[in-house]
Design a protein around this ligand. Structure first.
Ligand SMILES: [Zn+2]
Ligand SMILES: [Zn+2]
Length: 97
């Protein structure tokens, strides 16, 4: 996947911060961080999607987390946790012996 596209996907369009595992996906499939959704409810007494203005009649607590986003985040962590370079080094070490 395109890295830039991935970063856009992982960004909350309200606060422009990186989404984390507490982020929620609205019925319109837009994802925002929980903090931003709570601020919208607090100031407008209702929840409308900041991107498409669709009224969301579900409480924030009842909204599902973004499963796709979680998978991507997990994948990024796993990729970072197991660097390819160390596998290459291991391989090279084995070849030299
Ligand atoms: Zn946000
Ligand atoms: Zn939306």
């Amino acid at each position: 996947m395109d890295e830039r596209l991935l970063n856009d996907l992982l960004e909350c369009s309200v606060c422009l911060e990186r989404l984390d595992s507490s982020s929620k996906v609205l019925p319109c499939q837009h994802t925002f961080c929980r903090k931003c959704l709570e601020e919208i409810v607090a100031s407008h007494q209702e929840l409308r999607c900041p991107e498409c203005r669709v009224l969301v009649e579900v409480r924030i607590d009842e909204l599902p987390p973004n499963v796709l986003l979680m998978r991507i985040l997990e994948g990024k962590i796993r990729a970072a946790g197991c660097p390819l370079r160390s596998i290459n080094t291991l391989f090279r070490t084995l070849l030299f012996f």
